[in-house]
Design a protein around this ligand. Structure first.
Ligand code: PLP
Length: 354
């Protein structure tokens, strides 16, 4: 099966081989070296001097951690789809109040709307933005939105789960307080590891936070990292080894720019192919994601039918999500994908839609 999923995605053979190394203790020098090298590579990749932590969870774990460590009472969630909504749900389930800034599905959050919402709600402590809304294949204008958040002096959390590794992120320049992702998306690593950069301000708030729990306490991550390049619990060593390998490959293949260019080209080719088939895209023009293409199903066919027929031909795409499950289908281009596979997938799609 050729995977064009939205995660978990296919992994490079070298990365999978790296995961089969013999285990060592997370209190050993071998682990310390692995941890330190992975962190330093991530800091270069994210262009940040902030600390970067490794979490033994998927991305949603860090979503919850941002709230428990850094929000006392009230936060703002920008919602363009299922994952923005999840942020709000997680905040409410932790007893926080949420101001929702919703856009119609397929539309980005605009800097003007965000500015207006922050003027109307000066008491929110933090703003959460889903950089790339996987459910509808939409990328938000993060640099401009970040500027608005910072002009209001608020903390900024960025859910970069389906963006990190496939779309530009400049943590320090854009002033992101917590920027997180999961291993099973653009980095092309099996699931089970999340990474996040955490600012000094976020750590200061964590220090003052009460009832933040133990497992996701940012201050404990900081203490163990500074003291011994390790974590306060047993980390997922195979995933971390795989991530170090992937970051090493990125650096060897021309660095971040070359990797982002690859994502741009892959998504452009997929969009071009979609256009050649007279199909249309779901998100507003100009905000199409470089990692997930969300396509409107043609007249007389549901997105689910297209998904099923593509599977019969050996291609695993992704069904639409939530409200647009029937009307759309999605084509991910994250992880280990060859150019020939993209061409074959588009050929199969042409047969399927007839
Ligand atoms: C944008 C976005 N945020 C959050 C999540 C949840 O991440 P995880 O499944 O790693 O917890 C996903 C998963 O697809 C996602 O795409």
């Amino acid at each position: 099966m050729k995977l064009f999923t939205v995660g978990p995605v296919a992994c490079r053979p070298e990365v999978l081989r790296e995961m089969s190394i013999q285990m060592f203790s997370h209190r050993s020098v071998e682990y310390q070296r692995l941890h330190q090298e992975t962190i330093e590579r991530l800091q270069r990749f994210l262009e940040t001097r902030n600390q970067v932590f490794l979490f033994p969870s998927s991305g949603s774990g860090v979503m919850e951690a941002t709230i428990r460590n850094c929000v006392r009472k009230r936060m703002l969630c920008c919602i363009n789809g299922a994952f923005g909504k999840r942020y709000a749900d997680v905040a409410r389930s932790n007893g926080r109040e949420v101001v929702e800034l919703r856009t119609p599905l397929g539309e980005p959050t605009t800097p003007e709307e965000l500015d207006r919402c922050l003027r109307e709600n000066p008491d929110v402590e933090a703003v959460a933005i889903t950089y790339n809304e996987t459910s509808v294949g939409l990328i938000n204008p993060l640099p401009q939105l970040a500027e608005v958040v910072k002009s209001h002096g608020k903390l900024l959390f960025v859910d970069a789960v389906s963006a990190m590794g496939g779309a530009e992120i400049k943590v320090d320049e854009w002033g992101i307080d917590v920027c997180f992702s999961s291993s099973q998306k653009c980095f092309g690593i099996p699931p089970g590891l999340a990474v996040a950069s955490v600012s000094d301000e976020a750590l200061r708030l964590s220090e003052q936070a009460t009832n933040k729990g133990w497992y996701f306490d940012f201050k404990l991550y900081e203490r163990y990292q500074q003291r011994e390049w390790s974590t306060h619990m047993t980390p997922p060593i195979p995933q971390i080894a795989a991530l170090r390998k992937e970051l090493e490959i990125i650096e060897k293949e021309g660095g971040k720019e070359a990797r982002l260019e690859l994502y741009r080209k892959r998504s452009e080719r997929i969009r071009e192919g979609i256009k050649e088939l007279d199909l249309t895209l779901f998100p507003r023009k100009g905000y199409e994601s470089p990692t997930v293409t969300c396509v409107n199903a043609p007249e007389g066919m549901s997105g689910i039918e297209i998904y099923e027929r593509m599977r019969e031909r050996g291609f695993e795409l992704a069904k639409g999500y939530g409200e647009v499950k029937e009307r759309t289908f999605r084509i991910g281009n994250m992880g280990y994908i060859q150019w020939e596979d993209i061409e074959e997938m588009l050929k199969a799609l042409a047969e399927v839609i007839g």
